[in-house]
Design a binder for this molecule. Structure first.
Ligand code: ADP
Length: 503
């Protein structure tokens, strides 16, 4: 058997995984990628913290008998490992249980970040490695995700490969969003158990502070991020969040792999949240039923011909809410367009949206909560999905929109650029367009793209229908992305094997 054919044992370390805990796209990946890897014949296991929402979620949690005694700074902290499966699969999920750290209302904070986040995730990182030691099989790949797992590559490299992690175990660090780096004051270095000599600008230190994402990026065998364009963008000063030099230094080991969609969850043909199911063949008669239901639950007039724009996402600067709010202020008084918004986050955006809803109740409706069910209904019931992000590592909502026949209007950045083909004259002629996009981060550019989209919807139905169907017929499933991850894992292992042979 060549190394490329070998079935791999992959440990997927993530701080949030659907349906156990979620704040963003990482959680979707934490569920779908391990599933897709197993589907390809590999053995993926998932390791995440046992938060309060895990215990309260009604999941069956099994005792493993694995007790933890982890040194964190000068303390010895006790915990244990529980086990479950990703629902509907036999993909094992191991939970790191430690009540003082994880039995809290929030995942990373409650209103504001917890003060001891560094300590919590130092414990988690060391618990992942302790679990590997206690498992009865070797692990070929440790797949780390975001800053919460950043210490794992460092411990593997600097502590002479802990027991259970052999010389050919590859460590991958995936960056889901470079803006979140896990930066802590320098004294938290003591919690890591690693020597102060690693606290320097080439390794763990970042402007006098401890940076856990940089730490992971420094010591992992390879780096990946969630779209090819974002992999390029983060090497620039504009999008590098101060880490562009580190990324440029490792550019040969940095790969962009677009996230897939879990069509088991996001598919209008099988989606139990919808009043009517539809596909690329019958959407013209069935999707309007979803639109009517959405208008009804959001208290908007039931007008089938008025274009309905859906927006879902964290109310954070990243997502372009300043442009959206400017546009709403300009469009709501006159334009015959309906708007549905779902999101939570920054208070000033919540206030601006609430004020607009109060002023124009027949044109805009918003739910400033987290609702998975409503997210599905918005994807199905809207005609257009607006996503004008300042930057977007991958973005999932535009991919869901494509499948649900909801035409995305996006800014050309990161994964949005890689997945949405603008309805230029040429793309309309050659039938390749699946949405509308604009380049410059400005209201002028966004207005232009939205005008083009609305005009096509109202006056050029055939073109519109073609764009809708192009999107619905595309396949953004995980199979393709998971295959790319497997290729990357093998390349990393081959490199390690070569290095060991050369030693
Ligand atoms: P990010 O990870 O930057 O938040 P993504 O587009 O990659 O953005 O993923 C966001 C995920 O979270 C999507 O599945 C989206 O539907 C979901 N989501 C975001 N906000 C809400 C909300 N208020 N209610 C329900 N789902 C939400």
């Amino acid at each position: 058997m060549t190394t490329q054919e070998k079935k791999l044992n992959i440990l997927f370390a993530a701080s949030e995984v659907v349906p156990f805990a979620k704040t963003g796209g990482l959680a979707d990946v934490g569920n779908a990628l391990p599933k897709a890897l197993n589907h390809l014949g590999h053995n993926a296991i998932v390791v995440m913290p046992a938060y309060k929402c895990v215990f309260n979620g009604g999941f069956e949690l099994e005792e493993t008998g694995i007790e933890l005694e982890i040194p964190v700074g000068s303390k010895l902290v006790f915990g244990k490992i529980l086990k479950s499966c990703l629902p509907g699969t036999d993909v094992p999920v191991y939970f790191v249980a430690q009540n003082d750290y994880f039995m809290r209302d929030g995942i990373y904070g409650n209103g504001r970040d917890y003060d001891d986040n560094c300590e919590r995730f130092v414990f988690y990182a060391r618990a992942v490695l302790e679990l590997i030691r206690r498992l009865d099989h070797t692990i070929d790949v440790i797949h780390c995700n975001d800053w919460q797992t950043g210490l794992i590559p460092a411990i593997v490299k600097l502590e002479n490969r802990p027991i259970g992690v052999d010389c050919e175990t590859a460590v991958l660090m995936t960056i889901h969003n470079l803006a979140y780096q896990g930066v802590f004051w320098h004294w938290d270095m003591l919690l890591t158990g690693l020597d102060w000599r690693f606290f320097n600008w080439r390794e763990m230190e970042f402007y006098g502070k401890l940076n856990l994402l940089k730490t992971g990026m420094t010591y992992a065998d390879a780096l990946s991020t969630v779209s090819p364009t974002y992999a390029e963008e983060i090497q620039t000063q504009e999008h590098g969040c101060g880490l562009e030099e580190v990324l440029r230094h490792r550019k040969n080991e940095l790969k962009g792999i677009i996230n897939g969609v879990d069509y088991g969850v996001w598919n209008p043909e099988t989606d139990a949240n919808l009043i009517a199911s539809f596909n690329a063949t019958n959407w013209k008669t069935e999707k309007p039923k979803c639109k009517a239901e959405l208008q009804q639950i959001m208290n908007l007039p039931n007008e089938s011909d008025v274009p309905l724009v859906g927006i879902i996402g964290r109310l954070a600067e990243q997502k372009g809410w300043d442009l959206i709010i400017n546009m709403l202020n300009a469009w709501l008084p006159n334009a015959d367009v309906q708007w549905v918004i779902l999101g939570t986050g920054d208070a000033h955006f919540e206030k601006a949206i609430s004020d607009l809803v109060y002023k124009y109740p027949t044109k805009i409706s918003a739910q400033l909560t987290f609702s998975n069910e409503l997210a599905h209904k918005i994807e199905a019931g809207s005609d257009i999905f607006l996503m004008p992000s300042r930057y977007e590592p991958c973005g999932l909502n535009q991919l869901y929109s494509l499948k649900y026949g909801t035409v995305p209007v996006v800014r050309e950045t990161g994964g949005l650029k890689d997945t949405v083909t603008n309805a230029s004259e040429q793309a309309i002629v050659d039938g390749s367009s699946n949405g509308f996009s604009f380049g410059e981060y400005s209201n002028e550019a966004m207005n232009d793209a939205m005008h083009r989209a609305i005009l096509t919807y109202t006056d050029h139905k055939e073109v519109w229908n073609q764009i809708v169907e192009n999107g619905m017929r595309q396949d953004w499933s995980w199979d393709h992305s998971a295959t790319q991850y497997v290729e990357l894992y093998h390349a990393m292992i081959d490199r390690l094997v070569e290095n060991v042979a050369n030693c």
